[in-house]
Design a protein around this ligand. Structure first.
Ligand code: SF4
Length: 474
């Protein structure tokens, strides 16, 4: 969601006349799009802002803006702690950024604007996309759940669903531009449609994506086990362009911990969903998120997590050590687990998941895979000459390079080795399909966002002639 928001910010700034600058050039504007989900986000932000202070002192006309979840959380605190910041905007008013920058420039004072709820769905804003071949498409923002460890609902607000017609129009427009893969994005895609009275809307949306010519791969993130319904499994299995890939957060295998987390499914239901998905799509790659060391987690609770992980056969898992998010109910719980216990459990979990991932990947040796060639994943490894891409099930594949293969193109190849975190195909490419996205990449039309994370701020230079026309490209 944060990366997608950065694409919106890039699009807005470009429309307002900004152009990206290289790392060696002095920017006129630096934007930090922050995420508060991980620990230490605030330390990183204030550290980065501190690094920029000398540059701001040398060039007072350079502007610094801070947006995203941390801005939504810290609000005016940011300009108190870093008075050299020019603009602070929240998760609900990304579109206001160019105007805030203009006001701050004119008034020579910081502008802080945080809205409590969404006024304009962010997907109606212009976008500067990172990729010619794949795109994020928001179907909803916000979340109506109240997981006790999570800060998202307080920063992103209640769930708001975008209408199917609007989503499909955006997908069609992307496909027209050459995009062959879209990822439907929502905090909880399984409740999509509840807001406008259609509980089956997500399955219908997947099927409608199946009708779009030229759209080769449809993915989505993230579903919530609580709301997972069988019509979605049927839609995944019966719609040829929907990838057999499911990222479904487990968080804990212990029913007691799930209750404390206020996640209202239990491990039995989770495993039943997995069973149904595999029954309908035996080749499905299922991935997950797991938190280790939630307050009060006992050795027995953790053993339950190991049991569910072993049984689930995840192809990979994002594993996290629990850490307090100020402002969340779990952050107030008294029975926090000592760091060394969390670390030791975490290592056991990672060891188990590595083994499972490796076993699952080795099963694919000798099979044929279709790979969408990517730049983001990729190494074109100097030593091996391999290129990289994603299989339909989302697995990372490093394959033997062949002349003329470009990011955005599609190849088929044979897996020769399954490593724990990727597949290797050191075999001749069986087929190579040149695509419109590959043409665009080759023609140098690949958009270049200088960066979207805290460590790599989005940097812009605004040409003089455009400096007085915020929000207007003319
Ligand atoms: S479902 Fe839970 S973890 Fe996910 S965004 Fe909502 S509150 Fe956070």
């Amino acid at each position: 969601m944060n990366v997608h928001d950065s694409e919106r910010i890039g699009g807005l700034l470009e429309q307002a006349g900004y152009v990206p600058v290289g790392e060696a050039d002095a920017p006129d504007l630096v934007v930090f799009n922050t995420c508060a989900v991980r620990e230490n986000a605030d330390n990183k932000l204030y550290g980065n802002l501190g690094h920029l202070r000398p540059a701001k002192t040398r060039n007072p006309d350079m502007q610094i803006a801070v947006g995203g979840c941390l801005a939504q959380k810290d609000r005016g605190e940011i300009v108190k702690r870093a008075p050299w910041v020019d603009a602070v905007f929240g998760t609900h008013n990304i579109g206001a950024l160019p105007a805030l920058l203009e006001r701050a420039r004119h008034n020579r004072a910081a502008e802080v604007e945080i809205l409590e709820s969404l006024e304009v769905f962010p997907s109606t804003l212009p976008t500067k996309r990172e990729s010619t071949y794949s795109g994020w498409v928001s179907i909803s923002v916000g979340c109506n759940n109240t997981c006790t460890f999570c800060i998202v609902p307080s920063l992103r607000g209640k769930e708001k669903d975008r209408r199917p017609g609007e989503i499909l129009a955006e997908v069609r427009a992307l496909v027209e531009e050459g995009v062959s893969e879209v990822t439907l994005l929502g905090q909880n895609v399984n409740t999509y449609g509840v807001e406008f009275g259609d509980k089956l809307a997500f399955g219908k949306l997947l099927r409608a994506c199946g009708e779009i010519d030229g759209l080769e791969r449809v993915r989505f993130t993230s579903p919530h086990p609580k709301n997972f319904t069988e019509d979605v499994i049927a839609a995944m299995a019966e719609t040829p362009n929907v990838c057999h890939q499911l990222h479904m957060p487990l968080q804990s295998g212990s029913d007691r911990v799930l209750k404390e987390m206020r996640r209202s499914y239990r491990s039995k239901k989770f495993l039943e969903i997995i069973g149904k998905v595999r029954e309908a799509m035996p080749d499905a790659a299922i991935t997950t998120d797991i938190i280790v060391g939630f307050p009060g987690e006992t050795e027995e609770d953790f053993a339950e997590t190991l049991r569910v992980v072993e049984a689930s056969r995840f192809s990979s898992a994002f594993t996290f050590q629990y850490s307090i998010r100020p402002g969340t109910p779990a952050g107030e719980m008294e029975n926090q687990i000592p760091k060394e216990i969390v670390q030791e459990r975490y290592e056991r979990l990672v060891e188990l998941q590595e083994r499972v991932s490796w076993e699952e990947n080795r099963k694919l040796e000798g099979t044929e895979v279709e790979v969408l060639v990517t730049v983001g994943d990729g190494r074109k490894d100097e030593a091996t000459g391999r290129m990289s891409g994603r299989a339909r099930d989302g697995r990372l594949v490093h394959f033997e390079n062949a002349d003329g293969v470009r990011p955005g193109d599609v190849v088929t190849t044979t897996i020769t080795y399954g490593a724990p975190h990727h597949l290797v195909a050191d075999s001749a490419i069986l087929t190579h399909r040149r695509t419109k996205a590959g043409d665009a990449w080759e023609a140098g039309h690949q958009p270049k966002l200088p960066g979207v994370s805290l460590g790599m701020p989005t940097i812009g230079r605004k040409p003089e002639a455009k400096s007085d026309s915020p929000g207007c490209a003319c």
